[in-house]
Design a protein around this ligand. Structure first.
Ligand SMILES: C[S@@+](CC[C@H](N)C(=O)[O-])C[C@H]1O[C@@H](n2cnc3c(N)ncnc32)[C@H](O)[C@@H]1O
Length: 356
């Protein structure tokens, strides 16, 4: 039972299911009646019913090495419980099992259905799921609302911009721009900018939040990975990244890529949370325990290995920036008192070639 009307829950269900199956299982389905279901390159079935707010039905072709024939999974957005019930039923899937071994159906249900649901409710998987939606690749209404105006990230943006000292001659790149709020601040300097994020929803939100700059050709936002930036070498005078580094799986590859797209002497200013910020609105749970925190010297060493010559870390007091940011309530500002963020400030090594 979900707290949405059948039409609303149908839309969310179909969109999220589509992304999840494609990303994790390489299964794609066309969102229309008669649309194909493909697994890898093979067509494995079709969408036999697609009625918004009523039902979605997957009709699967027989599994090649089983005799059972076609089978179906129907997802019903039912009228029960005030129209908020989602029910799943199967038809003929039982024919895929070997009847002689009666325990198999129960075993499948136990491991592949109940087991998956139970694991998804545990602290580890549920925390991971929330971290994915809120930080690693933000998706959904709550993430869009947060990143449209990330109040508790604004002190970090201000700390970066104070050091960066942007002007109208700058051409900035932001990596992992989220909903584009820090770009919005940066563009006030008159600079030109580009940004990447690997979340399609964040990429769109960043464009929407900065629509005027996009229309005027001052801002280009692309869907891309931090370690594969879709821009020619030596394009930008400066780069920023905030709230991203501790999430990255290949942080050095990202630094090296950033260095490549910077001009000689181009500067990088990057904000990361420190261990002391764990549990504050800057690094809340369950994200905080899934972030990698770096020591200052580790950041400096990584930058130097990845194409930056000068590199140092400053530790700005966040309470000052939290006050300056304006929207943070006084009692929350106390949370920042005495706690510092970490700013990596680096300059690209001259004449550096992009690694092949
Ligand atoms: C915690 S959010 C921070 C967003 C924004 N910088 C801010 O401070 O409000 C992390 C962002 O980095 C993006 N991100 C994470 N890993 C990435 C990667 N490998 N390549 C590109 N973007 C990435 C996520 O999609 C998300 O929008």
């Amino acid at each position: 039972v979900v707290p949405q009307s059948p039409a609303e829950s149908f839309d969310v269900f179909v969109k999220e299911l589509g992304w999840e199956l494609e990303r994790k299982k390489n299964i794609l389905f066309e969102k229309r009646v008669g649309g194909s279901i493909t697994e890898g390159r093979e067509i494995v079935g079709k969408i036999s019913s697609f009625i918004r707010g009523r039902e979605l039905e997957f009709e699967w072709n027989p599994i090649g090495w089983r005799k059972g024939g076609k089978f179906r999974l129907r997802i019903i957005f039912a009228k029960d419980h005030g129209g908020k019930l989602i029910a799943l039923t199967t038809e003929n899937f039982e024919a895929q099992f070997d009847n002689a071994k009666k325990e198999e159906q129960t075993a499948w249900f136990s491991t592949q259905v109940a087991g998956q649901i139970i694991a998804s409710m545990g602290m580890a998987e549920f925390g991971d799921w929330i971290t994915n939606r809120r930080a690693r690749r933000p998706i959904g209404e709550a993430a869009r609302e947060t990143y449209r105006n990330p109040v508790y990230h604004r002190p970090n943006f201000m700390a970066i911009l104070e050091v960066l000292g942007l002007s109208s001659v700058d051409c900035l790149i932001e990596i992992g721009c989220g909903g584009g709020a820090s770009l919005n601040e940066a563009l006030k300097s008159g600079c030109r900018a580009a940004a990447v994020d690997h979340s399609p929803e964040m990429m769109l939100l960043a464009k929407e939040v900065n629509s005027e700059a996009v229309t005027n050709g001052r801002l280009d936002v692309k869907l891309a990975q931090a370690d594969s930036l879709p821009f020619p070498d030596t394009t930008f005078t400066c780069a920023v990244m905030t709230g991203v580094f501790g999430i990255l799986i290949r942080p050095e590859a990202a630094l090296s890529e950033i260095s490549s797209v910077l001009k000689d002497d181009g500067r990088l200013v990057m904000f990361t949370s420190t261990k002391e910020l764990r549990g504050t609105p800057t690094a809340p749970e369950p994200m905080a325990s899934r972030l990698r925190f770096y020591e200052d010297h580790e950041l400096v060493e990584m930058a130097k290995k990845s194409g930056f010559s000068a590199a140092r870390v400053e530790r700005p007091e966040l309470a000052r920036f939290a006050r300056k940011a304006g929207e943070i309530p006084e009692e929350a500002i106390d949370l920042f008192s005495g706690r510092q963020g970490q700013l990596l400030i680096a300059q690209k090594q001259r004449d550096r070639q992009r690694p092949s």
